[in-house]
Design a binder for this molecule. Structure first.
Ligand code: URA
Length: 432
C-alpha cells in the first residue's frame, strides 16, 4: 500500500478501504507520511467527500491513534457535552452542576479559546485558584466525589487529530463534514463517557453558517456514536445572537452563578434545560425532567454542586457570593443607541471580536488575556430600546487598545428596527 495510490483514488472520487484509512492515520501518527502527501489527501477529501463507512473508519482510526480513557471505575451514567463553539457560550458551567446535582457524572475536557469564541478553560481560569489541569487520578476523584471533572487534556488523546488539525488550518481543509466529524468524534469517543450531547451551532458567530449545514454535521456526528457504542443526541442551536448578556471570562462565570441563583436569562435557560433534560433521558431517567431541573435551581442544589466543584478544583467558592474576588476592569465604556426601536440583530461575530480586542480572548495562541475584560449586553434581540439608552458596556484594563475601532465594531453589531421584533427560540431542532 502506498500514499500516492490512496491520494489518486480519492482524487478520482474512489472509496477508501478500512485498510487504506488505517494506513494513512497510522502513518500520520508515526510521522512517516510527509505533510505534502497528507495535505493532498486532505484536499481530495474536502473536494470529493467520504461516505458514512469511510468516515466511520477515519473516526475509529483517529480515536485509536492515542490513549483511550477508561472511566469504568466511576459508577453511574457518565455524560459529556460538546459545543461547536459560540459567543457567550457558558452553558458548560450551568449544565455541569445542574446535571451532577441530579445524579449524572459529567466528565469534560476543554481547551483555551482562540478567535471570536471563548474557551471553557479560560472561563474557569478566571476563578481565583481554580486548577484547569488535573492529573488522571484527580480527574477520576473529582468525578467520583463531586460528579463533575474538567481538565485540559493531559493524556495523549488522538495525536493524529492534533497533526491533521494543524495542517488543515493552514491548507484550507477545515471545511469538510467528514473531516470535522472524525476530528470531533474521535476526541469525544476517546474520553470514556457513556453518553454525549452535541450542541451544534449555526449562524453568524458559528462555524456552520446555516441551519441545514449544522443539521448535516449533527447527523454525521451522531452516526459515529456506535464506534464506541455510546448514546448521543444533538441540538441544532441558533448562534446569530450571543448567548446570555455577558461575554468575557469572569463576566461569564458570574452570569452562570446568577442563572443558578434563579435569574431568568431566557436563552441560557432554554439551552441548558434542554441539554440536561436530554442527558437525563439518555440515562433512562427522563421522567419529570424539566420539573426536577428547575427544582435543582430553586432549592440551591445546583449552586451547592458548583461550590463543591470549585472547592475540589482548588478554587475559592466564596466567589459565588462575592464577585469582587474576580479579576475586574478599571475602565468601562457605555455604548448608546442612536435611535429608538426594537433590537433586530446582535451580530455574534462582531461582539465576539470586540471582546477579543478588549483582551478577553486571543488572536494568537501566545497572547495573554485579561480575565476581567469583555462585553456586557444591556439588550437582547426583541427588546425595545430608546435613543440614548445604553445597549452595551465595554470592560477593559489595557488603555492601548484601539478603543474607537472597538466601539465602532460593537455598535455595528446592533441593528435596530422601527418594527416590533419577535424573540425567537435558540433551539431549532433536536436530532437523534
Ligand atoms: N472542532 C474540531 O475539534 N475539529 C474540527 O475539525 C472542527 C472543529
Amino acid at each position: 500500500m502506498d500514499m500516492v495510490s490512496i491520494i489518486r483514488k480519492k482524487r478520482d472520487k474512489g472509496k477508501l478501504t478500512k485498510e487504506e484509512i488505517y494506513f494513512f492515520i497510522n502513518g500520520v501518527t508515526e510521522g512517516t507520511i510527509p505533510d505534502y502527501q497528507t495535505s493532498a489527501l486532505l484536499m481530495a477529501i474536502v473536494l470529493n467527500g467520504m461516505d458514512e463507512e469511510e468516515t466511520y473508519y477515519l473516526t475509529e482510526a483517529m480515536m485509536k491513534s492515542g490513549d483511550i480513557l477508561d472511566l469504568s471505575e466511576v459508577e453511574g451514567f457518565k455524560c459529556d457535552k460538546h459545543s461547536t463553539g459560540g459567543v457567550g457560550d457558558k452553558i458548560t458551567m450551568i449544565i455541569a452542576p445542574l446535571a451532577a446535582s441530579l445524579g449524572i457524572k459529567v466528565p469534560m475536557f476543554s481547551g483555551p479559546g482562540l478567535g471570536h469564541t471563548g474557551g471553557t478553560t479560560d472561563k474557569l481560569d478566571s476563578i481565583p485558584g481554580f486548577k484547569t489541569l488535573l492529573t488522571e487520578e484527580e480527574f477520576i476523584e473529582s468525578l467520583k466525589k463531586v460528579g463533575i471533572a474538567n481538565s485540559i487534556q493531559s493524556k495523549n488523546i488522538t495525536p493524529a487529530d492534533k497533526k491533521l488539525y494543524a495542517l488543515r488550518d493552514v491548507t484550507a481543509t477545515v471545511e469538510s463534514i467528514p473531516l470535522i466529524t472524525a476530528s470531533i468524534m474521535s476526541k469525544k469517543l476517546a474520553c470514556g463517557a457513556d453518553g454525549l450531547i452535541l450542541d451544534v451551532k449555526f449562524g453568524k458567530g458559528a462555524f456552520m453558517k446555516t441551519k441545514e449545514d449544522a443539521e448535516n454535521l449533527a447527523k454525521s456526528l451522531l452516526k459515529m456514536a456506535p464506534v464506541r457504542n455510546i448514546k448521543a443526541v444533538a441540538l441544532i442551536d441558533d448562534m446569530n445572537e450571543p448567548l446570555g448578556y455577558n461575554i468575557g471570562n469572569a463576566l461569564e462565570i458570574i452570569e452562570t452563578f446568577e442563572v443558578l441563583k434563579g435569574k431568568k436569562v431566557d436563552d441560557l435557560l432554554e439551552v441548558s434545560v434542554e441539554i440536561v433534560k436530554r442527558m437525563l433521558e439518555l440515562k433512562g431517567d427522563g421522567e419529570n425532567a424539566e420539573e426536577r431541573i428547575y427544582k435543582a435551581i430553586e432549592d440551591g442544589s445546583a449552586l451547592k454542586k458548583y461550590a463543591e466543584w470549585i472547592e475540589f478544583s482548588g478554587g475559592t467558592p466564596e466567589v459565588i457570593n462575592d464577585y469582587s474576588l474576580f479579576p475586574s476592569c478599571e475602565n468601562k465604556t457605555d455604548i448608546k443607541a442612536e435611535k429608538s426601536g426594537y433590537v433586530s440583530e446582535i451580530n455574534s461575530y462582531s461582539i465576539g471580536m470586540s471582546a477579543v480586542y478588549l483582551k478577553a480572548g486571543r488572536l494568537k495562541k501566545e497572547d495573554t488575556i485579561d480575565y476581567g475584560a469583555g462585553v456586557v449586553l444591556n439588550k437582547k434581540v426583541g427588546d425595545c430600546v430608546e435613543k440614548g439608552e445604553t445597549i452595551l458596556t465595554l470592560h477593559y484594563n489595557d488603555t492601548r487598545i484601539p478603543l474607537n475601532e472597538i466601539i465602532f465594531l460593537a455598535k455595528s453589531a446592533f441593528s435596530i428596527s422601527s418594527e416590533k421584533v419577535e424573540k425567537t427560540k435558540r433551539i431549532a431542532k433536536v436530532v437523534k
